[in-house]
Structure formats: structure tokens, C-alpha cells
Unconditional design. Structure first.
Length: 230
């Protein structure tokens, strides 16, 4: 084992930062684009429910949840419910936390879990935001984290950032998912999306910092997207 570590350290010392980035980006593209063959993240499931996330990111999520022990996790973009079930299961393990997950479409046969509450509607619609505020009022949480994973157009994500950043409590996270699209480094044809929204938001909002330590596994679908509130 020590021999392997020594070899790997020598390997890292002998490649420059640009070469490391190129290696990671090439694997990122291979992993992401393999979804076109119904592989990798496109075919990833948690307890039988599609989750469609990078395994490195969901591993990071459990680290954050275990560390913060949030009273409430707000997720925009339920999709099949796999990620909500995953986070609820982690909350079970630490015996703390609830999930409020929002999607414009109702999930057919969603995973049932006492910690999950489903909300149907646009994440930026006034009536949905009112429901989120009511949930927070009733729960009176000390720690709230937010994950944005719905419509990935720049305008929508930027609106979500403006509407949801105030729900996040100090030292907690606002996670902007899929900042990797539009050439960062994948899906160059996507058009302006989460990364562009994030960049504009951060230019005018100094209450958050991008916590790059959450990208310790090299490959992440959310580069720069782990925003920690000051």
C-alpha cells in the first residue's frame, strides 16, 4: 500500500495543473456522455429509484448532511424522487432532518418516506414560494440547506438563486447543480445555464463563498456550485 502511495505521489508531482485538469475533464466528458448509451448517471438508482447524479456528489452530500445536521433540506427538481429518498435515508441514519422537494410535474409512484414532503409547481411561482415560507414558519428550523436542480436555463436558475438564497442559514449550503453544462466542461450545446447564473449571482451577492473543498473527488457535476453562506 505504501508503495502505491509513493508511486501516486510521484505521478502527481510530475504532472502540472493544466495536465491534471485535462485528465479530469476528459474523464468527466467520458462519464457524462456515456449517459447517451444509458450508462453512468443516466442509469444510476438509489434503492430502485433513478437518482441521476454523480456518485461523488451524493457522497459529498452525505458528508454535508452529517456535518450540518440540517433541520430542513429544500430541493428544487424532484424528478423521480431518488435524490430525495437518498437524503431522507441519510437523515434517518443521523436521526434528524426533513426534505421538502419541489417539481413542476408530479412523480408517478414516488418513493414514500415520512421525512419527505412533495410540492407540485414551479419552484419560482409565488404560490410555491409561499408554501416554502409556510413550511419554514411551521418547522422553525435552525439549519436550512437548499439544492437547486430543476430547470437548468440561466434565467430560471438565476431567479431561483434570488428567491432561495434567503432561506439558507449561516454556515449552511446553497448547492447549484449541473454547473458543468454549457462547456464547463460538458454539453457545450446546452446554452447559458447554471454556471452562468451562478457567476452573475456571485458578482452581486457577497454573502456566499464557493467552497471548492467540496470538490475533493476531482469529478463533480457542480463545479463552483457548493455555495457556503457566511
Amino acid at each position: 500500500m505504501q508503495k502505491v502511495k509513493r508511486y501516486f505521489n510521484i505521478f502527481l508531482l510530475n504532472i502540472n495543473l493544466h495536465e491534471k485538469e485535462e485528465i479530469v475533464n476528459n474523464f468527466h466528458k467520458l462519464y457524462y456522455d456515456s449517459s447517451l448509451l444509458n450508462k453512468t448517471w443516466r442509469n444510476s438508482k438509489f434503492l430502485g429509484y433513478p437518482i441521476q447524479k454523480c456518485p461523488f456528489d451524493i457522497f459529498t452530500y452525505q458528508e454535508i448532511i452529517n456535518s450540518l445536521k440540517p433541520d430542513l433540506i429544500i430541493e428544487t427538481g424532484t424528478a423521480y424522487g431518488g435524490s430525495a429518498l437518498y437524503m431522507a435515508t441519510i437523515c434517518d441514519a443521523i436521526n434528524h432532518g426533513k426534505i421538502l422537494t419541489i417539481d413542476i410535474q408530479k412523480v408517478e409512484e414516488p418513493p414514500k418516506h415520512p421525512r419527505i414532503k412533495y410540492v407540485i409547481g414551479s419552484s419560482v411561482a409565488t404560490e410555491i414560494l409561499d408554501q416554502v415560507k409556510e413550511e419554514i414558519k411551521n418547522l422553525n428550523p435552525e439549519t436550512v440547506m437548499v439544492i437547486l436542480d430543476s430547470n437548468h436555463s440561466k434565467d430560471h436558475v438565476l431567479e431561483e438563486l434570488h428567491q432561495y438564497n434567503g432561506f439558507v442559514t449561516s454556515q449552511s449550503y446553497l448547492i447549484v447543480e449541473d454547473t458543468n453544462v454549457n462547456g464547463h466542461p460538458v454539453n457545450i450545446a446546452h446554452g447559458p445555464g447554471p454556471m452562468e447564473a451562478l457567476t452573475e449571482f456571485m458578482e452581486n451577492n457577497h454573502g456566499f463563498v464557493s467552497d471548492r473543498s467540496m470538490e475533493q473527488h476531482f469529478l463533480t457535476f457542480n463545479p463552483n456550485g457548493y455555495l457556503k453562506k457566511k
